[in-house]
Design a protein around this ligand. Sequence first.
Ligand SMILES: [Zn+2]
Ligand SMILES: [Zn+2]
Length: 283
Amino acid sequence: MMLTDYHTHLRTDELEATAEDHFTEENASRYRAMAGERGIAELGVSEHVYRFRQALDVWRHPFWERYAHDDLDAYCQFVREQTDLRLGIETDFVAGAEDRIANLLAVRDFDYVLGSVHFLREEAVDMDDHSVWDSGRSAEEIWRRYFQALGEAARSGLFDILAHPDLVKIWGPAHPERPLPEGDLRHYYELAIDGIAESQIAIEVSTAGLRKRAREIYPARAFLKMCLEAGAPIALSSDAHRPEDVGADYEQALELLDGLGVRELCVFEGRARRLEPIGALVS
Ligand SMILES: [Zn+2]
Ligand SMILES: [Zn+2]
């Protein structure tokens, strides 16, 4: 019996949140303590790849150039030697850079790799800077391109877990400039399903969406159901950026999973995956 939280960050996304201040035994132990309180035995950390200098060998987006300051190997060494956390990383899918991403990942001993689609080409899905929503494109086009990229990310074979799978909904149903597309959203989800089915990548169920304007778990129930029908196993995470959010709102995630008949969660070690029965939350 097992609960997991594999998608956590030891710091916020602010540039000012330095590795020196946050990659410490004391900070890691705060995350461990919160996980313990909530009955989460499997805890891993997955810092953003673009915070590390080595990411610039993969991509030189201006946003990455601004944020890539830390040493990736020092991070790996810190997690291995000074914490009892699983070692993960959140890596963007950058179309056309698959070989360079593979090289960056291959020479380090991660327990698991999260794959995320935060950008469509040069434009960001989930932040104000470089926003795809400022490009004059329709919601329909943005959603279409997002789910196509998600399917490619799955099919690339680079990642163990597909993170926040419908991140594109982050702005919620009522944003004046960043609306949802009209009609049945399953038409968009469908664009990613072949890649998910073929790769058998794990699908992340993330409570982070509940803390965003979307006010909904990633992925939406209908998309999660399609992933399950495609045979995908599930990885459960909070995407916490501070200790208080480790395992946040897991009651809702477990209810969603139970309602869809999911009884097992993925557990990762050395990039090998096994399934364990879902454990109970401590409240
Ligand atoms: Zn992310
Ligand atoms: Zn994250």
